[in-house]
Structure formats: structure tokens, C-alpha cells
Write a protein that binds this ligand. Sequence first.
Ligand code: ATP
Ligand code: MG
Length: 557
Amino acid sequence: MNEAVDNGEGGRDFIREIVREDLATGRHASVVTRFPPEPNGYLHIGHAKSICLNFRIAEEFGGRCHLRFDDTNPTKEEQEFIEAIQDDVRWLGFGWGEYLYFASDNFEQLYQWAELLIEADKAYVDDLSPDEIRDYRGTLTEPGRNSPHRDRDTAESLELFRRMRAGQFPNGAHVLRAKIDMASGNMNMRDPVLYRILHTEHPRTGKNWCIYPGYDFAHGQSDAIERVTHSLCTLEFADHRPLYEWLLQAIGTAERPQQYEFSRLNLSHAVLSKRRLTQLVDEGHVDGWDDPRMPTLSGLRRRGVPAAAIRDFISRLAITKSDGLVEMAMLEHCIREQLNIEAPRRMAVIRPLKVVIDNYPEDKTEMLKAQNHPGNPEMGSREIPFSREIYVERDDFMEDPPKKFFRLGPGREVRLRYAYFITCQEIIKNGNGEVEELRCTYDPATKGGNAPDGRKVKGTIHWVSVAHALRAEVRLYNNLFKSEEPPGGDDFRTDLDPNSLEILSDARLEPGLSSLQAGQTVQFERLGYFCRDQNSSLVINRTLGLRDSWLKIKSKG
Ligand code: ATP
Ligand code: MG
């Protein structure tokens, strides 16, 4: 079920083989690729696969990669998305230099080419309504029927098309269609619509146009205008390739880019379709496109995922001719691997239980030395305050613990990380019988975590000093969807996990974390990776817990 294979950086997938071959045979002197998002939403991790493929191939073969906005549908496209997409591509670590393009920059040229097709009797203006066009189109098993307007005079089509441009017709009154073959086995070749009337302002061209080209009429031609050599897209566009080629041929463009299709990324427990992600945002199931549960690049970033982890994940994916499903656990594995290296260690207690150390002086504060990364001494150390009252994790205490619970319980001794051994002497409960506080004693000889008498303790727990701790809200995230593959259609919403966000409003952090920058990720010892949210108050997002389920899945094969 898992399509992922480790083919490493600059792997030898079939697309790279083609590029290598084309350069070797001199078919192309240099390689030009492009990443062509439609600015109708934010980028998701699936797009990262396309971004990494296009930009990396350009890098590896000394070519260039363009960023092109496929902005042909003004009803869904917005400036906000144009900016967010650029931010995300840059954040992921790629640059397009001066090669920023918009399909809308080509509107005049595309229009001229459309007139050319009409004059060559390869396109005609149709008066059928969208419903009628669908009806005439036939089905996969039945050929379509010619529109009654298919054979109208080229001069008449040309005049109508010019009047469409001039704004003389309402939306839907006419369309421009390619004249190809209504009986073609490929539905895309059954006289596809090239232009439609849309009296809608465009984010870039304003009110200049009231007719807009469709995706197919803009895409290949924009590739040709930009002199793209290898036009890489996902498998669902394979059926569009004959049209892509027909149009370039019919127009007679100087450049003939070639389209190649590769497997799209599908991720378990997530949806990767802008339409569905838009629904999640618009219907308020999430807190915007950058909600840390979203599989968007902005969501992952807000969650504390480093760009390097995403690049690493993508580099392990197969570039093939068949779609598959990749485990979310594999993405998480890559994130943990990266954060394990780069995230400084800190202490925080997310479900606090107060501990009073009875034999510790009441007004004393000691500064204790703590390593920033036990595996990397170069990351240095810091000092954390210790005092008579501390918080420990509620989960680190059991009133009636089993033998193998090596944490706190009545009469049990544990090590406080970087501090002392403490022994639980007494449990204080509130009126409801809930444990409210522990009374402990400490052994002053165990400072730093070792007993001079050689006595061992099995458990080490984290803590923060009550008087010095910062109060914070911690948000724990789980998968947005319960199923590995959320159901299709609009039913995917029924699969939303109501427990995908858990808010802990009374967490306590070691005081140095006041300077934690928004977006900076640290490891809270024993708890996982966390980063500060972008808002001004102290809100902390959990990136991931520490336990890696991918290694287990992988070893099961
Ligand atoms: P969605 O299916 O999410 O609505 P889209 O294909 O409509 O995405 P575009 O903005 O048109 O979104 O996509 C830009 C590029 O990213 C296209 O070349 C597309 O093939 C590629 N892409 C989109 N989704 C994925 C994915 N899941 N895996 C790999 N590439 C993708
Ligand atoms: Mg698309």
C-alpha cells in the first residue's frame, strides 16, 4: 500500500532519465521546468512534491524553474493566494529568480492565437448552453454529437468572438470551442471549450477582459511562451496531453514543450485537494488555511515543521506512473528525524501537579545547569531555577502504581532531571478525592542527578519551578481525519476527528522560554516537539509527540 521508496536526492526516476537523455542527445540545450499553481488556495504537501521535482531537476541539470500562476479563472482566484504561494515556495527553500510568470500576462497573445484557430477553421463559436454542451458531449461509451453551430462560417465565428471580447454578450451566451472530433475516445478531444464569457474582474488584469481562456488553452501555450522544455504534471492530466499537443501543433508555436505526468502524493489521514481544503476553511472546521492540522505548507510551518523535513520526506517518494497512498507516519518520521537534530531541549509541564519538597529551604532558589541537547554538546547549556515548590506531570504520578511504573508513587524515589532525587511522602487530596499536591523530600547529596552512595533510581522526570514558571496554553494536534482514506465526495467531512485539537490551558514552561520566537521549535523533554504560535500571547503548538510509529510500520513491511 505504501508507494514510498527511498530514491534519495537527485534519484534516477523516469523523468530525470528523460531529461538526462534530452540533454545528452542535444534535443534541448538546457532544461526549463515550471511550477504552475492556480492561485485558488494555499499550497499543500502534495504541491511540495511538484515543487521539489521541478526546482530540483532545474538545479541538478543546470537549468531554471519558473513560478507560473495559472490564473485563468477570476471567480476563484485571489491576490491573497498569490502572495501566500510565493511565501510557501520560498520557505520550502526554492527561488525562481526573475522567472515569475502569470498566465494572465499572455491573455492578449492567447486571444490572438484563438483568432488564428478560428481563421484556420480549427475553432468555432458555439451558442449551446453549458448543459447542452454536456449533453452533446456523449459518454465514455457513446460518441458525442456535433453542435448545430459547428459548421458556421469562420467569418461569423470571428465576428462573434470579437463581440464576446467586446462585452456584447452575457455570461454563458457563447463559448469558443476547438474543432477536433466529437467521436474521439478521449473526452478532452470532443471539441473542448477554449474560452468562456465571464463578466468578472481579474486580480491582475482588472476589467480588461470579460472572456477567459480555460486551463487547457492557457497551459501549453504558456509553457511554449516561456520556452519550458519539460512540463511536469500529475497523472490526471495524462488525458489532456493529446489536447496540449493538438493546440501547440494547430497554433504552430515555435517551441514545443513536452508534457510528462507523474504520480501525485496522497497522504493517509488527510485530504489533499484544494476544493476540499477550501471547504474545511470556509465551513469553519479548521482555524484557517494555516491551522496546524491542515496539510498545507503554511499549516505545517505554523505547527513547527522545518522545511528541511518536508524536503527530506519528498525526496523519499517515488516518482512513478501510478498513484499510491503514503502513510502520514512516514512524514512524521521525517519531521522527528530533523527535529531530533535541530531542536534544543527544554522543560515544560503540560498537565501540572504541584510538589512541595518539605525539607528544602523555603526562600531558596538554586540555578541548575541543563544541557540544551544531550547529543550535541555544541548547543551548550542553560541555567534553570529550582525551588521548594515545583510542578511535575500528572501522568508521572500514580497513587497505586504497578511495579514497572518507574515514576512517582507513594514512597517511591525518582530523579528530577538536572536536579535531585525526591521521594514521595504524602498525597494531598481535595474534597472530591482528587490528588491536588504531593509532599516529598529531597536528598541534598544527589544534586545534578547522582547519589554518592551509588544508589540507583530508574525513573527521571521533568519539572518546572512553581514560582518561576511561565503559564502557557498548549495545543495538542492529532490527525484531522479518523480514517486512513477519508471517504470521497462531500462525505469526507463525516470523517473529521472531533478530538483533533486538545487545548491545555494551564501548562507551565521553564522561564527561559519567554524568549522563544514564534515558529521556533524545541523539544520539551519526554513530551515531544513544540513551537510557539505566531500570536502574541504564549500559545504553544505541539508539532509531534516523541513516539515514532513509522519505524514499526516499516519493519512490518
Ligand atoms: P488540487 O488537486 O489540490 O486542487 P491542483 O492540481 O488543482 O490541486 P494546482 O494549483 O493546479 O492544484 O497545482 C499546481 C501543480 O501542483 C500542478 O502541476 C499539479 O499537478 C501539482 N500537484 C497538485 N497536487 C499534487 C499532489 N497531491 N501531488 C503532486 N503534485 C501535485
Ligand atoms: Mg488544478
